[in-house]
Design a protein around this ligand. Structure first.
Ligand code: FMN
Length: 321
């Protein structure tokens, strides 16, 4: 049932506003073990919010894929799981697993008691997993944690243990506490402590760039697999076996344009292009001449604009090669 968790095969982390269908498809095609939806409000989904329902859709090119809910109330999260499994999502495969967000540090999430605010309430986490797990039936239920609320309160090992007792199938641990946001360092010891606290699989996360340096985190923590987030931004090849080797500039540009085409196809040109700009900035990061084109990249209105930028970068590169 958990055969999508593989030691040598990193998975794609959930990233709201970034790891959407277009990015997930490209990362899965590059060899990611599995992927996860952007976080979805359990309450919003129950209340019939159409955007939330859309975020839960899984297409064949994304499978195996899990969906992630956030919420402050165990009952609400369980209700969302129940609704999802009873009603399903139009044109969607069933989720490979259902994940609960216990790590988001954004104030608009934590002020309501969800995301990493849950790290202050181990018993509530346990109850959430118990109720949501019952609602999930035979679909695996997992949790994604940070190490704790702050450096003085590293609660993840205790919470992981409680979640396991309540029926969680696996745990993903991002090795930072809430107050750290994304500042270094990743806390290897706390990730290891989570691994040692439970028998279920533990996925380590934090600052892994690609399959090339995934082995370090696996060895240092004893975890079962790793998950890559920001390392995959503009780098879907991060999941290839030789993920630390960037492909040719031509291939990079082809991937950027394919990503853009998919964004426009799935979201329409207006929204698709606005979202494509940040991805294009990532795809061209460090490419010779790209800094001079930054303004053009972040104001591209249509696919041909980015095609022209890619052609320009390639011609400069070829002229100098
Ligand atoms: C833009 C962005 C959005 C994120 N959204 C989510 C989310 O929806 N759910 C979640 O559990 N984590 C989310 N995260 C956290 C990542 O899944 C991951 O834990 C974190 O980025 C650390 O991994 P990394 O160093 O490989 O990026 C997000 C991170 C970023 C940068």
């Amino acid at each position: 049932m958990l055969d999508f968790i593989r030691r040598g095969k990193p998975s794609l982390a959930p990233m709201a506003g970034v790891a959407d269908r277009a990015m997930r498809e490209l990362c899965m095609a590059s060899g990611a073990a599995f992927c996860v939806s952007e976080m979805v409000s359990a309450k919003g989904y129950i209340l019939g919010d159409k955007t939330s329902a859309k975020l839960l859709r899984i297409t064949p090119a994304e499978a195996p894929m899990g969906v992630q809910f956030f919420g402050d109330s165990p009952e609400t999260v369980a209700d969302a799981v129940r609704k999802l499994l009873a009603e399903g999502i139009e044109d969607s495969l069933p989720p490979a697993f259902i994940d609960i967000n216990m790590g988001c540090p954004a104030p608009k999430i934590t002020h309501g008691g969800a995301g990493s605010a849950l790290l202050k309430e181990p018993m509530k986490c346990e109850r959430m997993v118990l109720l949501a797990g019952k609602a999930a039936g035979n679909i695996p239920l997992s949790v994604k944690l940070r190490t704790g609320w702050d450096a003085e309160h590293i609660t993840a090992p205790e919470i992981a243990k409680r979640c396991e007792a309540a029926g969680a199938a696996f745990v993903t641990i991002h090795g930072r506490h809430k107050q750290q946001m994304f500042a270094p360092p990743v806390d290897i010891d706390s990730i290891s402590a989570v691994k040692q606290a439970v028998q279920i699989p533990v996925i380590a996360n934090g600052d892994v760039q690609d399959s090339g340096n995934a082995a370090y985190l696996l060895e240092a923590t004893g975890c079962d697999a790793v998950m890559i987030g920001r390392g995959a931004q503009g780098r879907p090849w991060a999941f290839r076996e030789d993920g630390s080797i960037a492909p040719s500039l031509r291939e990079r540009m082809e991937l950027m344009l394919e990503h853009t085409r998919r964004l426009c196809l799935y979201k329409g040109e207006y929204i698709g292009m606005r979202e494509a700009r940040k991805h294009a900035a990532w795809y061209t990061k460090g490419v010779r001449g790209a800094a001079a084109l930054r303004r053009e990249i972040v104001s591209a209105m249509r696919i041909p604009d980015l095609e022209a930028i890619a052609a320009k970068l390639l011609s400069w590169w070829e002229a100098e090669a």
